[in-house]
Design a protein around this ligand. Structure first.
Ligand code: SF4
Length: 592
């Protein structure tokens, strides 16, 4: 999609600082991101996002109250107060055409009856916070802590509001703890691996923001899933923090490029069915994506929205503001920490609303759809390039601009890979071919290919993917088990685990003769166990240092053969080992 009005870009799309949610959006479909900001919406108190905001507001008031009073009774009182405002006559009169939640005009007496349903929704989404913790025992430093204008991730201006910063005693000291509340559900381990950990990234961005703002790093970060009564501790290791910082910098670069050149690339995916633009989007049509039948109202079409299709060589008008990329140098964790600590106070940056501001199509007639159809302007301000209507946005003959690089749209195919430093897994959303991550994933598909050919099995996309996924799951599971849930293809331990898996495959043959899938499931479980053993038993060896002595061989005798004479010397006990570990070789944690 191209936006041809630079004023619209500067007023509605361009950000002066990056929030965690915009950073996440930069990795997804930029047509959807821009479209949701540009097109007006009808308020629906039962929409998922609005119910989430309402529940947040009730919980914020709860935690702002005196600690001893934070009970379920107070929650109910606060919810009722918010309900009165939400369903007031004043609010009703501000609605366009007095629309009810289903987009149908209703009288006030009917409309106000929705409040009981609304209250039970807020209860459903928020009350289980009492299962996560006792709010009376929580020491709150601040709710909705703003951090406008701080510079993090090696030079990216950041903004946002942190739901809660608590104070907890950690190892005898009072420390900050970041808490974010989510009314949605936690991602499964599978989805975390596949789609990334945007919730974790959000907490890690807050971690850096608090360090920049308050001068002290938080001791921990958590997400409370208040609908489900669960909490998730977010890894704050330097490795995880550094990866989040890299992604944040990349997102800022994408934001700056697309707002500069006015071209917003489409990216089809599983969420297209829920996208308010799906019935207007040529890329979705080309990919066979349809509006979900679970939507209350069908999304508007391109005609209704007044979005024309134009030639691919149409001139996009980007921002009037100069392009301001994130500082390029890759900073290490240590230099990032130094630069954050030493950062001069940044000038305040105007808060950037994440919700769509005033309607630029105010003169238009509303359509009976969540997105109100604007009357087409004399000169269209946004348009879909014709090529997107003719073919897939990411297929052959791709005329879109997947990374907003401003590359001419007709002739250039976008490369699949970028090139950079080995420690940068991705650059502008493309896998860096020189990275440790690329070595890991490409090496693994090669292994899968070799195994298939050795076994005399067909080598095609399906067989290659299935075997690669099996091997990858072994690696991911083992790595997470030894890194407190962290996973990265570029981690050093990932390389070691891949080596261990090679040995597992040699010593535990793949079940090529199996006639059911159960044997493969069984192999996977055994392979995880065996690969992990290779990795964690090595810690014992490390701890022995140069005190290792081979004095007993009984375990090496054939099964059933008793050991001969008593061994010459006992195997060193753990305490002896600890004492005997040579100077300069610190003992490391060993699994039980
Ligand atoms: S339908 Fe899909 S590709 Fe089209 S704008 Fe929405 S999310 Fe993007």
């Amino acid at each position: 999609m191209i936006v041809t009005d630079p004023n619209l870009i500067d007023k509605r799309l361009r950000r002066s600082a990056l929030s965690a949610s915009t950073s996440k959006s930069m990795r997804g479909c930029l047509v959807r991101w821009a479209g949701e900001k540009l097109l007006p919406r009808v308020s629906d108190p039962f929409a998922v996002s609005e119910l989430g905001t309402s529940t947040h507001a009730v919980l914020e008031d709860l935690y702002n109250a005196n600690a001893p009073t934070r009970t379920t009774d107070l929650f109910a009182e606060l919810r009722d107060e918010h309900s009165k405002k939400q369903w007031s006559l004043e609010r009703y009169q501000s609605l366009p055409d007095n629309l009810g939640p289903e987009g149908v005009p209703v009288e006030f007496n009917e409309w106000v009856k929705n409040q009981d349903r609304w209250k039970s929704e807020v209860d459903r989404l928020g009350l289980r916070t009492f299962e996560i913790e006792d709010p009376r025992e929580t020491v709150v430093y601040k709710t909705e802590l703003p951090f406008d204008g701080v510079t993090i991730a090696g030079g990216v201006p950041a903004m946002g509001y942190i739901d809660r910063v608590d104070i907890e005693i950690v190892r005898g000291e009072e420390r900050f703890v970041v808490v974010d509340l989510k009314t949605g559900k936690q991602k499964s381990a599978f989805d975390l691996n596949r789609y990334g950990d945007d919730h974790g990234d959000q907490i890690r961005i807050y971690y850096d923001a608090i360090r920049a703002l308050l001068g002290v790093a938080p001791a921990a970060g958590r997400i409370h899933y208040t609908q489900f009564g669960t909490s998730r501790e977010i890894p704050l290791t330097e490795l995880a923090l550094e990866k989040t910082r890299k992604d944040f910098r990349a997102a800022w670069d994408i934001h700056n490029r697309v707002t500069e050149n006015g071209r917003f690339p489409a990216k089809t995916g599983p969420l297209c069915g829920w996208c308010p633009l799906v019935n207007a989007c040529p890329a979705a049509a080309a990919a066979g994506k349809k509006a979900s039948d679970k939507l209350d109202t069908p999304p508007a079409t391109a005609v209704a929205l007044g979005i024309p299709t134009v030639r691919t060589d149409a001139i996009a008008m980007g921002s009037k503001e100069p392009y301001a990329p994130a500082p390029a140098p890759l900073v290490t964790a240590a230099t990032a920490a130094r630069s954050i600590a030493a950062a001069p106070a940044s000038p305040p940056v105007a808060p950037t609303a994440e919700v769509a501001p005033a309607d630029p199509f105010a003169a238009s007639a509303p359509a009976p759809a969540p997105i109100v159809a604007p009357a087409p302007a004399v000169a269209p301000v946004i348009a879909f390039p014709v090529a997107a209507a003719q073919g897939a946005a990411h297929g052959a003959g791709d005329n879109a601009d997947p990374n907003g690089t401003g590359t001419p749209t007709v002739t250039n195919e976008q490369p699949l890979f970028s090139e950079g430093k080995p420690w940068e897994p991705t650059i502008n959303g493309r896998l860096n071919g020189a990275s440790y991550s690329a070595m890991g994933v490409i090496g693994l598909t090669q292994v899968a290919g070799e195994l298939l050919v050795e076994a005399g099995r067909p080598l095609n996309g399906q067989t290659l993917d299935q075997l690669t996924d099996l091997l990858a799951e072994v690696i991911v599971t083992v790595q997470k088990s030894v890194r407190n849930g962290d996973f990265d293809w570029d981690a050093g331990i990932n390389t070691r685990i891949r080596g261990a898996l090679r040995t597992t495959i040699e010593t535990l043959p793949l079940p090529w003769d199996a006639t059911t899938e159960d044997a493969w499931v069984e192999w996977k479980a055994k392979a995880i166990k065996r690969t992990r053993v290779f990795v964690v038993r090595a810690i014992r060896l490390y701890n022995l240092g140069d005190t290792v002595t081979a004095t007993s061989f009984s375990a090496l005798l054939p099964v059933g053969v008793a050991a001969s004479a008593p061994v010459a010397a006992p195997v060193a006990s753990p305490s002896v080992v600890a004492a005997a570990t040579p100077i300069g070789v610190p003992r490391v944690a060993q699994p039980a």
